[in-house]
Structures are given as structure tokens and as C-alpha cells.
Design a protein around this ligand. Structure first.
Ligand SMILES: *[C@@H]1O[C@H](CO)[C@@H](O)[C@H](O)[C@H]1NC(C)=O
Ligand SMILES: *[C@@H]1O[C@H](CO)[C@@H](O)[C@H](O)[C@H]1NC(C)=O
Length: 333
């Protein structure tokens, strides 16, 4: 069945990512969403929380909780959103089963073996894991070709990227289907297929490489946590939202392109690469970098209030919208 056909999606695990995923799927007009979670107050939880993800009310009129709440009720009444307290009924008619449960291999392995016995054999099986490759979750499955990673960036209903990461045994049609599902006309999502399983996939590898150096620079008193954020937001943030790193440097090299850029900056670049910080996140108490980073960040930002989080969320939506307007077709697969 084509990825543009009406789909029935089962979501297992309704934490923050699960709720955001529910909003993502429900935004499409031709989906039915079945949700399952072991928490006893699932229905109240959905009624209370899902409205925050549906973003009804524009930036100018402000968030309209009442409109969002009545939208959730109408999804339930019309049968587009079904709340289950049994995995069996939740999976019975699925065309897609997507899990965002605990990040634990044993849990995922046994979940997939169970889902395999409950869901129709054609159903696509997606895991939202950020760290456990599909090949590590498939152990007990009879048919290992159906499972793949669909790794979102938080929050998935707003952030365009989905990293689709098949394991060596995942069938290519399953990969194509996931990519097509998220790239339907009108979707702001931009799925990218990652060719090999690797810890952190690609987005988090890039983020953690930068984060490591950021912690090092704060630890060494080169810059404060606040100024480091200012530097990013005033330079790489806007630059990279318009061009990626490779396109930027192709442009930066002028007529000679990225080759000339690398040539021109090679000695500085090598000096920086050789001197990159090697902070260790497991232990490493003696340098005390963690306390230093955490207390500076605490002092600068304090505890983020729900209002402030909401404001950040709205700003992110604005950025994504602006980026989407100018996002060239050349980037699409
Ligand atoms: C389902 O909805 C998506 C986007 O809302 C649309 O692109 C697609 O054509 C629809 N499919 C059908 C079968 O109506
Ligand atoms: C930072 O803030 C958190 C949350 O308020 C608190 O639990 C933690 O102890 C603080 N850490 C430092 C080093 O200030």
C-alpha cells in the first residue's frame, strides 16, 4: 500500500515524544491513530497533554487551549484517535506501529516480538529510539525485514528532520515507505535515510561533537556559557539554517569552492582540530567541568517556566516556517 494512502498508526508509549508524534500524524487528514501506554490514567493524560502539541491558535492570537482541547475530543468522537489499554487491540488493525518506549534493549526486543504476533504481517514497524540500532532490537523477531529506526528531533511535530536508519536486514521497500510517508505533499518534514547504523546516527553525532567543544571552552574559561550561546545564535545558527556546512564552505571558498576554502584555512583548521577539547562525560570528576558548566547554565537560565518553553516552541515554529519557504528543491531527495 502506498505511503500516501490512508494509514492507521499505533503509537506505543505516550511520553513527550509519543504525544508529539500523535500530533504529527493527526495533522494529516487521512490517518487514524491508536495509542497505547501502560499508565492507568492514559485517557486523562491524552486529554490534558495532547492539546499542547496541536498548536491550535496562531502566534499572533496566541495558543488557544480550549480550541485544541475540543479538537482532541472531536478526534476521539470521530474515531480518528483511539485510546487503548491493551497492546493487542491497539495493534490489531495497524498499518504502522511506532514505539517510543524506554531506551532499553531487553524491553524493545520483547516488545517487537510481541507486536509481531499482534499486528498484521504487512504493518511497518518503526522505533523512535535515539540510541538503540534496529539490528539490536530485532533479536527475537521472526521477520526482521520490517523494523527500522525513525529517529525524530524533539519536538517531532515541529522539527523537520527524521533520521531513517535501517538495519542490515531491513527491506529496502520498508525504507522507501517511511521516507515517502514523511515527505507527502504539504508536510514540513524532511526525512533523510542514514546508510549505516552508527551510535548517535548523524544529527546527534554533530550536536555532541559541538557540545563537547562547548563544554571544553567553558571549562577553560575561554567564554561563558551565555556568551557561547550568543556566539552560536549570532553566527552558525542563522548560517546553517540557510546553508548546511558543506554548502556554506563551498560558498566561502569563492570561485575555488570548498577546495580553495580548505586550502586557505588548512593550517588554522589543523591547529584547531589538534587542540579540540577532550572532556570526558563518564566520571572525570577531577577537572570538575560538569559542575562548572551546569552551575553557569543554571545561573544564566534558571528553571525554564512553561511560558518560556512555550515561547521558545513558537519561535522554533517561526524559524522552521521561514526556512521552509526558501528551502530549495535541490535539497529534497
Ligand atoms: C493523505 O494526506 C496527505 C497529506 O495530508 C496527502 O498528500 C495524500 O495524498 C492523502 N492521501 C489520500 C489517499 O487521500
Ligand atoms: C542546577 O539546577 C538543577 C535544577 O534546579 C539542580 O538540581 C542542580 O543541583 C543545579 N546544579 C548546580 C551545579 O548548580
Amino acid at each position: 500500500m502506498a505511503a500516501t494512502s490512508p494509514q492507521r498508526i499505533t503509537l506505543i508509549g505516550l511520553g513527550t515524544i509519543g504525544m508529539s508524534m500523535a500530533a504529527l500524524h493527526l495533522e494529516r487528514s487521512n490517518t487514524t491513530v491508536d495509542v497505547f501506554d501502560t499508565r492507568p490514567d492514559l485517557k486523562d493524560h491524552v486529554l490534558n497533554t495532547l492539546p499542547n502539541f496541536l498548536g491550535q491558535g496562531s502566534r499572533t492570537t496566541g495558543f488557544d487551549p480550549q480550541r485544541s482541547a475540543s479538537l482532541v475530543k472531536s478526534f476521539i468522537e470521530s474515531g480518528r484517535l483511539n485510546i487503548h489499554n491493551s497492546l493487542n487491540t491497539a495493534c490489531a488493525s495497524a498499518t504502522i506501529v511506532q514505539e517510543q518506549g524506554p531506551e532499553n534493549i531487553a524491553f524493545k526486543e520483547s516488545l517487537w516480538a510481541e507486536v509481531e504476533s499482534l499486528a498484521p504481517p504487512s504493518a511497518h514497524l518503526w522505533t523512535s529510539t535515539s540510541g538503540i540500532a534496529a539490528s539490536l532490537q530485532q533479536g527475537s523477531m521472526r521477520d526482521k525485514t520490517r523494523l527500522l529506526v525513525v529517529h525524530p528531533f524533539n519536538p517531532p511535530h515541529t522539527m523537520p528532520l527524521l533520521e531513517i536508519v535501517p538495519g542490515p536486514e531491513t527491506a529496502s521497500e520498508r525504507v522507501d515507505f517511511a521516507r515517502e510517508y514523511f515527505s507527502v505533499q504539504g508536510s514540513r518534514h524532511r526525512p533523510v535515510v542514514i546508510r549505516k547504523e552508527i551510535p548517535g546516527f548523524v544529527g546527534n553525532r554533530l550536536a555532541f561533537a559541538l557540545f563537547r567543544e562547548a563544554c571544553h571552552l567553558v571549562q577553560e574559561d575561554v567564554v561563558s556559557a551565555k556568551d557561547l550561546d550568543n556566539i552560536l545564535m549570532a553566527s552558525l545558527g542563522p548560517r546553517w539554517a540557510g546553508n548546511g556546512v558543506f554548502e556554506s564552505y563551498q560558498q566561502g571558498g569563492g570561485e575555488g569552492g570548498i577546495g580553495a576554502f580548505i586550502e586557505k584555512l588548512s593550517s588554522t583548521m589543523q591547529e584547531v582540530w589538534d587542540g579540540l577539547g577532550k572532556v570526558n562525560v563518564l566520571g572525570d570528576e577531577e577537572t570538575g567541568w560538569k559542575d562548572k558548566v551546569i552551575s553557569q547554565v543554571n545561573d544564566t537560565y534558571g528553571t525554564l517556566t512553561p511560558e518560556r518553553l512555550h515561547e521558545k516552541e513558537e519561535r522554533l515554529k517561526d524559524f522552521v516556517e521561514v526556512q521552509g519557504k526558501t528551502y530549495g528543491d535541490s535539497h529534497k531527495e
